[in-house]
Write a protein that binds this ligand. Structure first.
Ligand code: G6Q
Length: 550
């Protein structure tokens, strides 16, 4: 793998001159210059349409991006990742979430061993288990069928499964309710368990390391809740399963290895929903839907492997993101699904993207001299329109956005879907075209305002426009198309890591957070311990010590 950034390439010069030509051009001018722009840039691939035509692309920019992709060998690096090369060098690991989507006949070698048979053995165990829970064969300790599943996990062991279970609610098994407990704030567990019956509740303890403080605290409290009800240790085996890479820690917790669903260190936490971490998804929607999710992601893996820059959607998404982050200096990027089922998609992407590319040291150990991963955020439309869209339309910050919508709804209220679609398209149109002073004046005159009133009101009603966006249309939200959407963003993140020459698959910032809290915990629990922090932190701890006496 090359260890140079986009700024060190010859294509970068090409991009700089293309930028000089286009930076002052309004998006509407690009459409005036080329009415075929939509057809030129949109890509249709299976059930997906990707439309980047409302971004600052032209032939010169596109060619420079293509040259950059070739010069940085993006395709080769993607193929390396998929074939098991240890590209996560800071943790000395392969990165193989793509292997989790492959069929049983594939071959992916890690340290001389084909990992596909193990993957399919775990998938098979997930299928058998989820079928048994769903059809009531697998029951609680007192013989009652399960009605509620509680997944206890945090970060990568939570955000992906929650997002998918919410997104696929339409397909949910009706007699099983899913719950997710992640926060160590006891309120999360207490409020979840309040309405549940220990005899009909199954806990999935999802933790790659099985040492994460929050998950272990929640798991132990859940265990106590079950034990308190039954008064019998033997009940634990019937009500707890573990999803982890750490069999010793799982056994120490008291969960037998037959009750454990394994995965491997080459599956990163935020890329793990395709592994056993997806057991909650299998239980929520049934194993065959989980298989469809994997198939959608595989479709994108193959697309990404086969297509060069001209057709490669994740590669183009990555370039457009870099284009706005580096050249236009737009520090944030919004993801706006016009789909209520996708309401957790932006939160999921925040982790996937910002934990991967929130880095400031390059792969040679040197500080980077350019902006890396943008701040990712978003909420579903149309809700966002009645909240933060004002700033997106008329604020001083320009925020590129992805709009995501399905052509056909999953409900039978067609009028609602027509309104949803029209809002989605109207917003990207308004972001691009804005409204000129002349248009505002004409409108106000038509409403009968005097010239003086028109002059006074016009400045507030002008929209500059020229706000870029990409639109993604899927045919319908299914497990397959959801798999497509997730994998598109995963690979966009991968390619951006290459452009910025950073390691996308470690997370030392998260590790730091895990250690810091462990140092302060005993100081909160024992008020006589001396405090060695900065004066501000010591002050906060002292304050809590006085309050806990009250
Ligand atoms: C993800 C990160 C992080 C991790 C959580 C939970 O890529 O590594 O979000 O998923 O900290 O870790 P465990 O699964 O080990 O409990």
């Amino acid at each position: 793998m090359l260890k140079k950034s986009f700024t060190e390439t010859q294509a970068f010069q090409q991009l700089q001159s293309a930028f000089a030509q286009i930076q002052a051009v309004h998006l509407t001018q690009l459409f005036e210059q080329d009415a075929e722009r939509f057809n030129r840039y949109r890509k249709e691939w299976g059930p997906l349409l990707f439309d980047p035509s409302k971004t600052h692309l032209n032939d010169a920019v596109f060619q420079a991006m293509h040259a950059l992709a070739d010069e940085l060998q993006l395709s080769q690096s993607f193929a390396d990742m998929c074939s098991g090369v240890a590209i996560n060098e800071t943790e000395n690991r392969a990165v193989l979430h793509t292997a989790l989507r492959k069929g049983p006949d594939a071959e992916v070698m890690v340290q001389g061993k084909n990992v596909i048979p193990e993957i399919h053995a775990v998938l098979n165990k997930m299928r058998v288990f989820s079928d048994a829970v769903i059809n009531g064969e697998r029951r609680g300790y007192s013989g009652k069928a399960f009605t509620d599943i509680v997944n206890i996990g945090i970060g990568g062991s939570d955000l992906g499964p929650v997002m998918v279970c919410e997104a696929l609610k339409h397909y949910q098994v009706p007699h099983l309710q899913m719950h997710f407990v992640s926060n160590v704030d006891g309120a999360h567990l207490v409020e979840t368990l309040k309405r549940l019956n220990p005899e009909t509740t199954l806990f999935l303890i999802a933790s790659k390391t099985f040492t994460t403080q929050e998950t272990m605290a929640n798991a132990h409290s859940a265990r106590t809740w079950v034990l308190k009800h039954y008064g019998d240790e033997a009940a634990i085996a019937a009500h707890f399963v573990a999803i982890s890479t750490a069999s010793t820690e799982v056994a120490a917790f008291g969960i037998g290895l037959d009750q454990m669903f394994g995965f491997w260190d080459w599956v990163g936490g935020r890329y793990s929903l395709w592994s056993a971490i997806g057991l909650s998804i299998c239980l929520a929607v049934g194993y065959s839907h989980f298989e469809q999710l994997l198939a959608g992601a595989l479709f994108v893996d193959e697309h990404t492997l086969q297509c060069d820059f001209e057709d490669n959607i994740p590669m183009q998404m990555a370039m457009i993101g870099m284009w706005y982050t580096h050249f236009f200096h737009y520090p944030t990027y919004a993801v706006i699904p016009y789909d209520q089922y996708l309401h957790r998609f932006p939160a999921y992407l925040q982790q996937a993207d910002m934990e991967s590319n929130g880095k400031s040291v390059d792969r040679n150990g040197k500080p980077v001299t350019y902006a890396t991963g943008p701040i990712i955020w978003g909420e579903p439309g149309t809700n966002g329109q009645h909240a933060f869209f004002q700033l997106m339309h008329q604020g001083t910050h320009i925020i590129p956005a992805d709009f995501i919508v399905a052509a056909r709804p999953l409900h039978d209220l067609p009028m609602h879907h027509d309104i949803l679609l029209s809002n989605c398209f109207a917003q990207s149109e308004a972001f691009m075209t804005g409204k000129t002073a002349a248009q505002v004046k004409q409108e106000l005159a038509a409403r009968g305002m005097t010239t003086a009133e028109i002059e006074r009101h016009t400045p507030f009603r002008v929209f500059e426009g020229n706000r870029p966006s990409c639109t993604f249309i899927i045919e319908q939200l299914t497990p397959y198309t959801l798999g497509i959407l997730i994998a598109l963003y995963e690979h966009k993140i991968f390619f951006q890591g290459l452009l910025w020459n950073i390691y996308s698959f470690d997370q030392w910032g998260v590790e730091l957070g895990k250690k810091l809290a462990s140092a302060i915990l005993p100081e909160i629990q024992d008020k006589h311990k001396s405090l060695q922090h900065d004066a501000g932190t010591n002050g906060l701890i002292q304050h809590i010590r006085t309050k806990s006496d009250m």
